[in-house]
Design a protein around this ligand. Structure first.
Ligand SMILES: Cc1cc2nc3c(=O)[nH]c(=O)nc-3n(C[C@H](O)[C@H](O)[C@H](O)COP(=O)(O)OP(=O)(O)OC[C@H]3O[C@@H](n4cnc5c(N)ncnc54)[C@H](O)[C@@H]3O)c2cc1C
Length: 647
């Protein structure tokens, strides 16, 4: 088993990052322009990194799948971004944000990384305000805050229900400034299809121009992957349709370890699945749990009437409602973390109290908030979310409670990175949702934007300098090197193979089958038999894919079916690794709920003695078992305990 070196600096937790910054090497301004960096992705992670690296003077090439960098999936983020400013004067602090995040992740993340995240959170807000991000303000003129799950303070900065969009406009403006200066060049509609290594170091990529089909080679001194998460392995998720796991999967196959693949987040407040023709699920932001109360009827007769449509939720009197989160978790109530709220919804629905025709929904109700705060205030806070709900469901949430159900939303797993955000391949960095770094077994709400921007604005720009300081005299990487030709030929062969299968099933239909397997056996509840079954079924689906796929059209044109086919091929392999990791982790923690490991009350039961580690999987070749490497997690500043959101 390889020994992973997480490069965590010595010294007290609160001074590790300052000390590290002082210790690492830097590149002088006169040398930065000689160095080239490739950034994959223009979401909040990639755009903030590209803008910051360009501003430092590096030569940056940034790639995205969409027609504009601004259409990255980050734009969908609704509810907000955390920071420990303590503007609400409610006793927040860097330590408290650190503590909440470690506890929220069920003690499966690194102390040093999480502390640094909390530490730089405040800089992010200053940076974004300076860029003109229109955060909501209160009457005193300070930026306003609301609460998200897993904390007892209000530390979430927001711009109505469009926080991701506003933050991305800020990062995109900063990037545009660098584009105008010539330090950043954007390649839209270019999909990375392979990572190129020369002498074991990341030296470039091969992309496919999504409009012409042309394969192109790009060389650099370092490569940064900010390609987002792999939640779409489940087919139905709240992620953008283009979100995929392919870029990180290519890196994995070239030697970057994949950490904690089974840690996927299920978000409790999504619009329930309706019918079997959907290809996307819609999130209703966690911010709604500030004022919305979650309940199901106490009486089965009411459930029956709801399902038949003879009554609506608003007709059920207060005394007959079970506000089950408030009942089970008095201290945190409706603001328990996502994994806890999701499981509680499933428990009520499994017990027969689900309120829609399929029995797979609970209510999110604003009646109390309308009465206490008034409709105008609620409208200002969540107006666009209410409109969105009505447009999709046809039900007016001002009159009737919303119906919600858990859905796949985020992946905590990703490429293994050390404290410098470098993967196990020298010169290859991973940031944002693409890495595994900070959220352990469960991410707290409003912490993904914080992590993506922390990585891109404040961490990577320092740590990558340490690596690049050794590359100043190294010439630009040569795209005529045989390693580029080899990667390109493999891609050509793969594309030809996919067209030549000439079977009967579309990539989408196979993806949908994968989604069913994943949700059934690697979803909210997992067990040994189910996970073994998932692995077998995925293997057989992979065979179907290789024998019966149909890809219409040609390669040398805009061909979304071909794009999908390549991504689904990777999702099949990612799904298998997720199931394998889940099978190996015989404990319940965060979103990973092994039915064999639960308390009498149905809560997660960790096994710290055997599983207090990051699982880091190493690719060993086609159809070979990957090797499990373990990074032990050491807690020196937090007393580990069973998570408690009751008191
Ligand atoms: C509906 C929704 C609401 C959310 N709300 C919040 C919230 O309120 N607060 C919060 O903290 N988090 C929220 N999240 C989570 C958060 O939005 C994401 O985790 C975060 O935006 C991910 O940012 P990223 O930069 O890592 O990746 P992304 O934004 O996913 O960007 C990935 C980029 O990589 C590019 N790319 C991918 N593959 C390739 C390839 N092979 N070649 C070239 N380019 C590629 C894409 O084109 C894109 O530009 C929400 C998520 C969803 C789905």
């Amino acid at each position: 088993m390889t020994k992973l070196n997480s490069q965590i600096p010595d010294g007290p937790l609160s001074s590790k990052w300052s000390k590290h910054k002082a210790d690492i090497r830097i590149v002088s301004p006169a040398n930065k322009h000689k160095l080239e960096i490739i950034v994959i992705g223009t979401g909040l992670g990639g755009a903030s990194a590209a803008a910051s690296l360009g501003a430092l003077g590096y030569n940056v090439k940034v790639f995205c799948i969409s027609d504009s960098p601004r259409r990255a999936h980050s734009i969908a983020a609704q509810g907000g971004i955390n920071a420990a400013k303590n503007y609400s004067n409610d006793n927040d602090s860097v330590y408290r944000l650190f503590y909440d995040t470690i506890k929220g992740g069920d003690y499966r993340s690194r102390e040093a990384n999480v502390y640094r995240l909390a530490e730089v959170s405040n800089n992010i807000i200053d940076q974004c305000v300076a860029q003109g991000v229109p955060f909501a303000r209160d009457y005193d003129g300070l930026l306003d805050n609301r609460s998200f799950g897993g904390s007892q303070v209000s530390r979430t900065f927001y711009a109505r229900g469009q926080t991701g969009q506003q933050l991305l406009i800020g990062a995109y403006s900063a990037m545009n400034h660098e584009i105008a200066k010539g330090s950043v060049k954007v390649y839209s509609r270019h999909e990375m299809l392979d990572l190129v290594l020369i002498n074991g170091e990341a030296k470039g990529i091969v992309t496919r121009n999504l409009v012409t089909g042309e394969l192109e080679r790009f060389g650099a001194h370092a490569v940064v992957v900010a390609s987002g998460g792999y939640g779409n392995t489940y087919f139905l998720s709240t992620n953008a349709m283009n979100s995929n796991g392919s870029a990180i999967w290519q890196c994995y196959k070239k030697g970057a370890y994949f950490a904690n693949p089974c840690f996927a987040q299920i978000h409790p407040t999504c619009i329930p699945v309706h019918g079997d023709q959907q290809s996307k699920l819609t999130l209703m932001s966690e911010s709604l749990r500030n004022d919305g109360r979650i309940w199901v009827p106490k009486k089965k007769e009411d459930v029956e009437k709801l399902r038949k449509g003879t009554i609506t939720g608003s007709q059920i009197p207060e005394k007959d409602r079970d506000y089950y989160l408030e009942r089970r978790y008095p201290a945190f109530g409706n603001l328990v973390p996502r994994d806890v709220a999701s499981r509680a919804a499933k428990e009520r629905c499994d017990a027969g109290f689900g309120v829609n025709d399929q029995g797979r929904a609970v209510f999110l109700d604003f009646t109390t908030a309308f009465e206490t705060k008034g409709r105008k205030v609620i409208d200002e806070l969540y107006g666009n979310l209410f409109q969105m709900y009505e447009e999709i469901t046809g039900v007016d949430p001002y009159k009737e409670p919303m119906m919600i159900y858990p859905a796949i939303h985020y992946t905590m797993g990703g490429l293994w990175v050390d404290y410098n955000l470098q993967t196990t391949i020298p010169g290859l960095y991973a940031i944002g949702e693409a890495n595994f770094s900070d959220h352990g077994g469960n991410r707290l709400g409003a912490s993904a934007l914080m992590q993506g921007l922390a990585d891109g604005y404040f961490i990577l720009p320092y740590t990558i300098g340490d690596y690049l300081s050794h590359k100043i005299q190294e010439p630009k990487s040569d795209i005529n090197d045989p390693a580029f030709a080899e990667a390109e030929n493999k891609i050509k062969e793969r594309i030809n193979h996919l067209f030549n299968i000439k079977g009967t099933q579309s990539a989408d239909s196979i993806h949908k089958k994968l989604g069913h397997i994943m949700w059934e056996y690697v979803g909210m509840a997992r067990n040994e038999a189910g996970l073994k079954k998932a692995i077998e079924e995925i293997k057989s689906l992979k065979e179907t894919f290789e024998k019966d796929l149909y890809v219409p059209g040609e390669n040398n044109e805009f061909n979304q079916e071909l794009e999908k086919a390549m991504r689904v091929s990777d999702f099949l392999e990612i799904g298998e690794l997720m199931a394998l990791d889940a099978l190996n982790r015989k404990e319940s923690c965060g979103g990973h709920f092994r039915e064999e490991m639960q308390t009498e009350e149905g809560e997660t039961k960790r096994d710290d003695e055997h599983f207090m580690y990051v699982s880091a999987w190493e690719y060993k070749g086609e159809n070979k078992m990957p090797e499990l490497n373990k990074e032990p997690l050491i807690f020196e500043n937090i007393k580990i305990s069973t998570r408690n959101y009751k008191d």
